[in-house]
Design a protein around this ligand. Structure first.
Ligand SMILES: *Cc1c(COP(=O)(O)O)cnc(C)c1O
Length: 399
């Protein structure tokens, strides 16, 4: 079989509504269709500098340094662990679901210890439990709190300001490390104002790029701790990467094609304006929520996130009746109606599906997605309240 030539062309666009990867704007695709450069080409240094500068603006930090990696989000999780924690060091990981647990397991696999606060299904982080764990840590062993802002599996967003305030109130010096992989470029976030010490992100969700670039924002306090951390590391090491030379910054050859796209994607976000980007995501999430509310009136489908205020602006997790074949539903939506959405992960697998509404989305793409899902639900015989799309239209028309 010749590679890909047997695949039929799909007329129009297939709508991509996974919560990452997300659709890539044409301008970003164009920027990536250029030849590689030699490592001394000044255009390469300019592209890297523009990405660093653009990310600082999107993270809303002036104090923090940005390090970019040829990696996915799991890679930057590893970077955080290796730079901040000595071997045997302790991190507190508040339970949010699949993603907090994955980060905790990865941290333990790297020879560090993890204290977890329980994940309460359908709820955001239990802030009181976090504060209690810090107060109980009389020996000040906890070096960092690793917080997932939006858990992409549950579709629940936690209140970072409340967590920051709770940590402050305990007087505990633990670093505040925040994973914004699923929320950056969709939900309001400001690293300096929040006093987050380290922020973790990746290219393929709100930042509208293909997967393959991870990054961290690191403030001076976290950098100081990394400098004093004796744990062995090389590729992920912030100290080694703090250099003006691109070959040092990336610990080898930079992923030139991807960062050429990232430079343009950051420019698109900043040109639209971060406030306008948040407002657009808010409107689109409102339309999705209106549709899910209507679907749930037949009693079979429902919101996974119980509290409306904790429902993510990026992704909505929708529960299905027992016995529903979510993968079959997704296949029908994808192959017959050209709408791709996600299944659920970890403990929620098979019990829910997920609609991504972050990144390069607009009212037409959201209405198309919701209509395609209704068509697939109908085709698969899953009962749902009928006027989901109509309610989404009404929500958008009202705004
Ligand atoms: C997607 C995601 C990750 C992992 O990113 P990968 O690129 O898949 O490794 C980590 N944290 C959150 C919150 C995510 O949504």
């Amino acid at each position: 079989m010749t590679p890909t030539s047997h695949l039929p062309r799909i007329p129009g666009r297939r709508f991509l509504h996974s919560p990452g990867p997300t659709p890539v704007p044409d301008e970003v695709l164009w920027a990536m269709s250029r030849q590689p450069m030699d490592l001394g080409d000044p255009r390469l240094a300019r592209t890297i500098a523009a990405c660093e500068q653009g990310l600082k603006q999107v993270l809303q930090t002036e104090a923090g340094e940005v390090f970019l990696y040829a990696s996915n989000g799991h890679g930057v999780w590893e970077a955080v662990v290796e730079n901040l924690l000595p071997l045997g060091g302790l991190a507190l990981v508040p339970g949010t679901g699949h993603f907090s647990e994955s980060w905790a397991v990865q941290t333990e696999a790297l020879g560090r210890r993890v204290l977890r606060t329980p994940w309460v299904p359908r709820q955001p982080i239990d802030v009181d439990a976090v504060a209690q764990a810090l107060r109980d840590d009389k020996a000040r062993e906890i070096a960092a709190v690793f917080v997932v802002h939006t858990d992409t599996s549950s579709g629940v967003t936690s209140d970072l300001a409340a967590l920051r305030a709770a940590i402050d109130a305990t007087g505990h010096p633990a670093l505040f490390v925040v994973d914004v992989v699923a929320s950056l470029g969709a939900a309001p976030f400001a690293m300096d104002a929040l006093r987050a010490d380290v922020v973790v992100g990746a290219s393929q969700k709100g930042l509208m790029c293909p997967p393959g670039v991870g990054f961290v924002g690191v403030n001076a306090r976290a950098m100081e701790i990394a400098r004093g951390n004796p744990a062995p590391r090389y590729y992920w090491d912030w100290v080694r990467r703090a250099s003006d030379l691109s070959y040092r910054k990336f610990c080898g050859t930079a992923p030139q094609t991807l960062i050429a796209g990232l430079e343009v994607a950051l420019g698109l976000l900043l040109r639209e304006g971060l406030e306008a980007v948040f407002e657009r995501h808010c409107r689109l999430a409102g339309a999705v929520h209106a549709a899910v509310q209507a679907w749930s009136s037949a009693g079979a489908l429902g919101f996974y996130a119980e509290q409306p205020a904790s429902r993510s602006i990026s992704v909505t997790t929708v529960t299905v009746p027992p016995g529903t074949d979510v993968d079959a539903l997704r296949a029908v939506a994808r192959e017959r109606f050209q709408v791709a959405f996600a299944g659920a992960l970890g403990p929620l697998a098979g019990t829910a599906f997920r609609i991504g509404h972050l990144g390069d989305q607009n009212p037409a793409s959201i209405l198309g997605c919701l209509a395609g899902i209704e068509a697939a639900l109908d085709a698969c015989g899953v009962p749902f309240g009928r006027d989901g799309v109509a309610r989404a239209v009404a929500a958008l028309a009202l705004d």
